[in-house]
Design a protein around this ligand. Structure first.
Ligand code: ZN
Length: 283
């Protein structure tokens, strides 16, 4: 009697397992869309909540980097679309990451690694002949002193080509010399070549500044790094300011097009672009 009951329970349990198994298999087969929706819901949360660490401080979410992310995973479709999740999944597959479609910690840090990996490690200080002094009108601050208006020559030529293309695409006005007029602020140069001596002076003036702009080993030493005006406060890393900058049409244009002119973004500072044509080609 007792054995019979145990047998019944045993058989019942197996039937239950089989039923649950077949139900969940059906669910997966019949609801591809539900799976994408689930991925999108999760990404919507990660966009604002993912905790990560960069530049000596904790960071939250990745919404500020959406224009860069879209270009990286090669999609024009917005976050929340099936196409965006699918493009992210493909990107993960190509990099040997779990193809979940989720922009989680592992995938996000891989993106940061890729952007940072494209930046030039070269910090060679250019000789005087390699530097071109740019007119004050091409600077965001036209009063900027002469010694702070130098740009490495090839970088300057590439910058001019880029400004000319951007002005066409974005309807920015140019003057008769093909320069941005005084009335235009977008794409003007905020900062270019900064000598190690000048950088040290800046650090002494504000020793507690944690800003990357005051870095000991700055890419601005090469004359190939340009800070360009893309909106908002010119060079503030405050999230609220960067949220303004990454939504300007000028910034979005740069994200899509600067690579054609040899410029690589620094993902964390929307205004900072580095002339590195070799890396731009392989991006
Ligand atoms: Zn910079």
């Amino acid at each position: 009697m007792k054995q019979k009951r145990v047998g019944k329970i045993w058989l019942g349990s197996w039937l239950l397992v089989l039923m649950i198994g077949s139900v969940s298999a059906d669910k997966v087969n019949d609801s591809g869309d539900a799976r994408w929706a689930e991925i999108n819901t999760r990404n919507e949360q990660l966009k604002s909540n993912l905790d990560w660490f960069f530049g000596g401080k904790s960071q939250r979410g990745w919404s500020l980097y959406l224009p860069l992310i879209s270009t990286l995973i090669e999609t024009d479709q917005p976050l929340g679309s099936k196409e965006f999740a699918a493009a992210l999944t493909r990107w993960q597959q190509l990099r040997g990451l779990p193809a979940t479609g989720l922009l989680n910690q592992e995938t996000w840090m891989k993106m940061v690694e890729q952007w940072q990996g494209c930046r030039s490690k070269d910090r060679t200080i250019p000789t005087a002949e390699k530097l071109h002094t740019v007119s004050g009108t091409e600077f965001y601050d036209p009063e900027r002193p002469l010694e702070l208006r130098q740009v490495e020559r090839e970088t300057y030529a590439a910058y001019k080509r880029m400004v000319s293309a951007a002005s066409r695409d974005l309807n920015l006005s140019l003057d008769a010399n093909g320069m941005l007029p005084a009335s235009e602020t977008y794409l003007k140069i905020i900062s270019a070549f900064r000598s190690p001596e000048y950088q040290q002076k800046l650090r002494q003036q504000s020793p507690n500044s944690g800003r990357a702009g005051l870095a000991v080993n700055s890419p601005h030493f090469t004359g190939r790094a340009l800070d360009l005006y893309v909106g908002g406060e010119p060079v503030s890393t405050k999230d609220a300011n960067r949220a303004v900058q990454v939504n300007t049409k000028v910034y979005r244009w740069l994200v899509k097009n600067a690579g054609k002119f040899g410029f690589i973004p620094y993902f964390y500072e929307p205004w900072h672009w580095e002339y590195n044509p070799q890396a731009a080609k392989h991006r």
